[in-house]
Write a protein that binds this ligand. Sequence first.
Ligand SMILES: Cc1cc2nc3c(=O)[nH]c(=O)nc-3n(C[C@H](O)[C@H](O)[C@H](O)COP(=O)(O)O)c2cc1C
Length: 361
Amino acid sequence: MRPEPLQIGPLSLDTNLLLAPIAGYCDLAYRLTCREQGGVGLACTDLLSPHGLLRGTARSLDLAQTVPEDTPVSMQLYGSDPQIMGEGALWAVEHGADVVDINMGCPVDKVTKKDGGSRLMVPDEGIEDTPCRTFSLALRIVEHVREVLPSHIPLTCKTRLGWAHDRDAPRLACDLVRAGVRAITVHGRTTVQRFKGEADPWAIRRVVDAVGDLSAGSVPVIANGDVKDPHSCARMLEITRAAGVMIGRAAIDRPWIFRDCWHYLTTGEIPEPPGPVEIAQIIGRYFERMVRYRGERHAMVQIRQRIGRMTKAMVSPDLPSVKPLREAVRSARTPADVREALDAFCGGRLVALPAAVLGHA
Ligand SMILES: Cc1cc2nc3c(=O)[nH]c(=O)nc-3n(C[C@H](O)[C@H](O)[C@H](O)COP(=O)(O)O)c2cc1C
């Protein structure tokens, strides 16, 4: 079935593929790097603290930073105080958000202990007979944020299947829709699972069916979890019948995954993967964006940490080792050293690049 670009409330996207929030990764520099490759319908910021935004802390402002090319962008807020979440949502809109998302999936203790993140998905009857009012709180947050947001800005939620049981997910999702969310992303694991096991597309399908019946298809459900390539993307859509797919971890190694998935979904063909020189150029542009938006210090720390992961896709029978490039970047002391390492690699001076690889830039 040919995919439709996604519609979230009044917002029309170019595709039905979304870049997931991945705390520590999906800042402006990375979102632009994925967008440049094509196929991204909507990109999301990392989770943002509304307190941090309202106080103007440097870290929150860095994470919420956006520019006109970074459109459409969703800003994700976490927390449990409806009032503060409402103020944070307004701040987000005043600072460029096209969509405001509420985090209901984060399993990290620091967030859930304060009733934020996936704690909001605990049904009111509680866990193992311990009643808990956090889902009611989630509904109050959604209702309040919906009330204060301008009507053209859709409010969305990113959830898991539930805290402990996937049986809760369809009911909770329908209540969120009644409270005013215009799209729901479901990561196909429970909080208790964290990242163990596989995401369950059949459990996501039950949410899709329930929300579809309730909203007559006007509120899209976006499926998320373990999509690694165009085939797993097509399979996720086929099983779940979701309106869109959100991709996280796979986009860190391959920012071009959205282009590949969209091309495959619309034509049945998978584009040629970028060659090692092209990948090095993508990494180079990403590095320059980090320097520009977050400063040299940040860019140097990040590039040294990420070079391994970002060069994974270079390894092929033509180029079995990219060790010299990784080592040169990891030992770089200045941005000029990083640029020199990438240039030397692209020019075949760091690793003996076969002619076929050099030609495939
Ligand atoms: C390191 C890391 C950080 C994450 N940060 C966030 C976050 O800030 N907000 C959120 O909603 N989900 C976050 N997630 C969850 C992802 O958005 C996504 O739901 C999950 O990784 C499953 O999708 P994937 O298999 O495509 O990666 C994070 C996941 C990882 C691994």
